[in-house]
Ligand binder design. Structure first.
Ligand code: SF4
Length: 325
């Protein structure tokens, strides 16, 4: 086996552009070669996502049907009961998920929500699963409470490049997101952060988004790469689809810049052919959401995922596996 490559946080724009723009086959070969040094190439981590509070969000993310500012297509729900979360997590575990992600549609948690969130984390961890939450912006004391309850991962996407960000969200800044990521990282919680492709950005924005993550003091442990699912009545409803080859290039660049991260093929899989998903996995994606819905968008049914895993000879990654071979 080759030596493990160094983990770098000082990538330059020129280096990243050169990697991204090289001939596609060379890019795939580089990404897959690196992937094999760091991970079992035939193992994919499976997560399940549950919406614990849906709709009525005060933020204005242009891609999101849960924003009250985008026409509030989804009525606002309350934070769901802890016992329901645990029951759903148990089902997910029995179906093969090793990580349970809980997402709330709001700007950030309120003080009155914290005890319920802590109980969810403790209950899901007691099932032997890793826990992940996505709750928006966090204050320092909230980060510490979630950590002390045992939270393994915190998801907070930067969504796109700093340049393009104001085209997508105006109610909180790119810097706000970076601040929350810093609090989470410094508290010792694993960071899950990525973005959405196909929102009308340029290819340089995709590179810059990944560079923003790859030049943090420590790389996120998990990097979800989403393909936009244009939702009716959102400002991005009529956005033309992204060239799938650009999507694969971005996955490969994420793998190369952040070799130890789990690169997650996230929203948008329903629109992808099996062949495209296989190409993404070859390019270095090694984590997926399972189940037939994400927070609000469709996701492939578990049977379809099982069939694809069988056809590709893939297997589920064990809980707690952080990959470096
Ligand atoms: S992406 Fe999250 S923060 Fe943004 S509008 Fe949707 S639910 Fe709210």
């Amino acid at each position: 086996m080759l030596d493990t490559p160094p983990i770098r946080t000082n990538w330059t724009r020129e280096e990243a552009e050169e990697i991204y723009a090289q001939p596609f086959m060379d890019l795939l070969f580089q990404a897959q070669s690196l992937h094999r040094q760091m991970f079992d190439p035939n193992a994919v981590q499976k997560s399940r996502l549950l919406s614990i509070k849906t709709g009525g969000c005060a933020e204005d993310c242009a891609y999101c049907s849960q924003s009250a500012r985008n026409g509030a297509q989804l009525p606002a729900s309350k934070l769901i009961e802890v016992q329901r979360v645990i029951a759903e997590a148990r089902k997910a575990r029995d179906a093969g998920a090793t990580r349970y992600c809980m997402g709330a549609a709001w700007r950030g948690p309120k003080a009155r929500d914290m005890a319920q969130l802590e109980a969810m984390i403790e209950g899901v961890k007691a099932l032997g699963m890793e826990t992940c939450m996505t709750l928006g912006m966090l204050e320092q004391d909230q980060v510490l409470r979630l950590r002390d309850a045992g939270l393994d991962y915190y998801n907070h996407n930067i969504d796109t490049s700093e340049r393009y960000y104001p085209e997508v969200i105006t109610t909180r800044s790119f810097a706000d997101r970076i601040d929350t990521l810093a609090r989470v990282r410094e508290a010792g919680i694993n960071v899950c952060s990525g973005g959405i492709l196909g929102m009308g950005e340029e290819h340089g924005d995709r590179i810059d988004m990944l560079l923003s993550l790859a030049t943090l003091p420590e790389h996120p442990q998990s990097v979800p790469i989403n393909m936009l699912i244009p939702m009716a009545d959102t400002p991005l409803a009529d956005t033309p689809p992204l060239d799938p080859i650009e999507f694969v290039r971005t996955i490969a660049l994420a793998r190369i810049l952040m070799p130890r991260a789990h690169v997650r093929l996230s929203a948008g899989r329903t629109e992808m052919s099996d062949e495209l998903q296989a190409m993404c996995i070859f390019a270095g994606a090694n984590s997926i959401f399972m189940g037939d819905t994400l927070l609000t968008a469709d996701n492939p049914e578990e049977d379809a995922d099982e069939a694809l895993f069988d056809r590709l000879g893939l297997r589920a990654m064990a809980a707690g596996s952080h990959g470096t071979r």
